[in-house]
Design a protein around this ligand. Sequence first.
Ligand code: ATP
Length: 369
Amino acid sequence: MASVTFESVTKRFDDVVAVDALDLAVDDGEFMVLLGPSGCGKTTALRMIAGLEDITDGKLLIGDQVVNDVDPARRDVSMVFQSYALYPHMTVQRNIESPLLVRRYHADGPDRPARKLTRSERDERVNEAARVLGLEGFLKRKPAALSGGQRQRVALARAFVGRPQAFLMDEPLSNLDAKLRAQTRLELVDLHRRVETTVVYVTHDQVEAMTMAQRIAILSAGRLQQVGTPQEVYGAPANLFVAQFIGTPPMNTLAGTVTTSDGSAAVEVGESRFPVPPDLKTPLEEGQPVIVGARPEHLDVSAGGSIAHQVRAVEWLGHECLVFGAVGPSPVVVRQVGMSPHEAGGTIRLAVDPANVHLFDPGTTERIT
Ligand code: ATP
């Protein structure tokens, strides 16, 4: 196991800056998810850890060692791809064993020379990997005779068998159907808990990030936007990008103006008023433009309130309703548990707890704290 540290790492492809001065420390044994939309640089960041891309600028460390110029084969990390990349003509056993046949390992201790493993050492490791991934019954089969989820487990076992310092995973669940994806998420979290290996996991799927990560690093256009626990990035997004990227439906964000006319500050959006978060350190000024944010589940329809929501459509999902509409000119979605009595065309009054209101600077898009 080892930590992985990016120190101001930049990767350029000609004039494209794929990763821009990334500072990120993945702790030893941590499950870190790199999350962001397509093209934000997350795969490039992962490939730099694996040594599959050169680093243009900055330093990358695995443990205490700077690995910028270390050959991929000597980095002691394993990568699991979306496509599994299994050998179709080999049995599951041989697929899992394959990295052990080509690589040398410090099997006699870290200070002794690396060497090829013996047959019985390989068998022992393959059996252990198969046991950990629940593949004991499938070792003699070929990949074609396995389900998608089983194939993915073979790819994981193959990554696991070399006992790497870190697992690197690039969208490993995206070829699975929704049910299997949900099940494999739980299995991966359980696997991580048992083996306690450092995992760097790339996805554009925020549900995967929220459910599996110990911490999430959110990237946009090559730049790190925020790193934090799922609770931190959901509860206190650092900027508008994170606020709108995490959460389904996303946070409602509305352009408003600060008013201090009643002695206490509020945000006016048309005729509606939003309270401001408690304990703001930044003073707000009369007439100051802000973006006010509230998550759909934090808008309370039951209490009446100072926010007028014109209802345009109601989606009933069984366990909850999504009430779509607008506050002033801005679209706003309200999540309500149970059956909604509201009908398209009406207006409902919403309240929101000040602690659940977020303010952002419209110029910088940063959160106002
Ligand atoms: P996706 O989820 O679509 O894989 P990503 O977040 O992983 O996206 P990257 O694949 O890291 O993004 O790409 C980041 C940027 O770098 C993109 O603009 C991409 O076009 C560019 N890029 C990636 N690889 C290369 C390459 N080999 N040559 C030129 N540009 C590249």
